[in-house]
Design a protein. Structure first.
Ligand SMILES: C[S@@+](CC[C@H](N)C(=O)[O-])C[C@H]1O[C@@H](n2cnc3c(N)ncnc32)[C@H](O)[C@@H]1O
Length: 325
């Protein structure tokens, strides 16, 4: 087991009614103390697409109708195969006031937007349950990125760091940048488990690191802010390298802060050349950022376009610096 709980899992695959056409880069099997889970069947590199899946059940809570009645009506419209697959999913609330339908739904559902823009306020959220993706267990240091594509109504799961074959795939059910006590309370209330990931077991240092990453979001928003007066100050460079270390130490490559840190370091290494404590250099950071952008749904051409725009901005910064000196 490594520092993020990326566990190597052995054991037999569980046969579910998965899409037979889907390339089997993953398998579903029993995971100690977590029920079933999803495991990488091959070595995966950052940015690799692992699962593309349409929901078994896509549901939109609306109006003042009673949730459970609305859910029952939507469920009744499913074909028998989907009904059966849905009823086989995990239920974290088997002995509560909820009927099984609601219990299974609450255990396995993800909020998704009808529009590709997560902050769009014109589209009310849908809730989606999946045959395979709903088998992915939670980690506060997940090794995958989950992306809903409204244009195709499919959920995409990609690797956000290297995942060796046999490692359990994980996603986050709650924002990993929240304090551990908030994450833990919500995971226990809704999913009925106590998270035993390293960040939850030793929360003091982890909470501090995550708060620092969360607070850096604004400071990292704009590369142009330092590029205008390139090069960046030594303090800003040291701070950005420290943030990268925190992301990697905490296993938060799935988060937006990672993309922002990589973009700054890529641009800094372009302006300053290699060295200065930067482990990767321009090509290295460019490769890492590219993988992160692809995993977050960017198309190849779009990635090339934004890379080119950054190079042009950096060239202008260098030529300004040369003119000024
Ligand atoms: C969406 S389901 C995940 C798949 C589930 N393990 C199964 O057997 O189908 C959510 C449930 O999985 C279990 N689970 C998920 N992540 C876990 C974790 N990190 N530790 C322990 N149990 C976990 C909990 O029982 C939770 O209610």
């Amino acid at each position: 087991m490594d520092k993020h709980n990326d566990e190597e899992i052995r054991g037999d695959t569980v046969e579910l009614d998965s899409d037979p056409q889907a390339p089997k880069v993953y398998r579903i099997q029993a995971i100690p103390s977590k029920g079933l889970g999803v495991v990488a069947a091959i070595d995966l590199a950052p940015g690799d697409l692992i699962i593309v899946e349409s929901p078994l059940f896509l549901f939109r809570p609306e109006g003042a109708m009673i949730y459970k009645d609305l859910l029952q009506r939507a469920f009744d419209k499913l074909d028998d195969g989907k009904k059966e697959a849905f009823m086989k999913l995990d239920n974290a609330h088997p002995e509560t006031e909820y009927p099984p339908l609601v219990g299974i739904f609450n255990t396995n559902a993800y909020d998704v937007q009808k529009s590709d823009h997560a902050d769009s306020d014109v589209d009310s959220p849908y809730i989606a349950v999946f045959n395979d993706i709903s088998r992915i267990n939670h980690s506060c240091s997940p090794n995958t990125i989950r992306l809903w594509r409204a244009s195709s109504s499919t959920m995409h799961i990609s690797a956000c760091r290297a995942i060796p074959a046999g490692t359990e795939l994980t996603t986050h059910y709650r924002d990993p940048l929240l304090p551990s006590s908030d994450r833990g309370a919500s995971l226990l209330a809704i999913y009925k488990f106590v998270c035993a990931c390293p960040a939850c077991l030793n929360p003091t240092a982890s909470d501090k690191a995550r708060l620092r990453l969360q607070q850096s979001r604004g400071r990292l928003a704009d590369v142009a802010a330092w590029a205008r007066a390139a090069p960046p100050s030594p303090e800003f460079l040291a701070d950005t390298l420290e943030l990268l270390g925190l992301v990697q130490e905490e296993g938060l490559e799935s988060q937006h802060v990672y993309g922002r840190v990589l973009r700054h370091l890529m641009c800094m290494s372009y302006v300053m050349g290699e060295g200065d404590g930067m482990a990767e250099g321009y090509e290295g950071y460019r490769r890492m950022l590219r993988a992160w952008r692809l995993a977050n749904g960017a198309e190849e051409e779009e990635v090339e376009r934004v890379e080119q725009a950054d190079v042009e901005m950096m060239r202008a910064a260098i030529s300004r610096r040369n003119t000024d000196s």
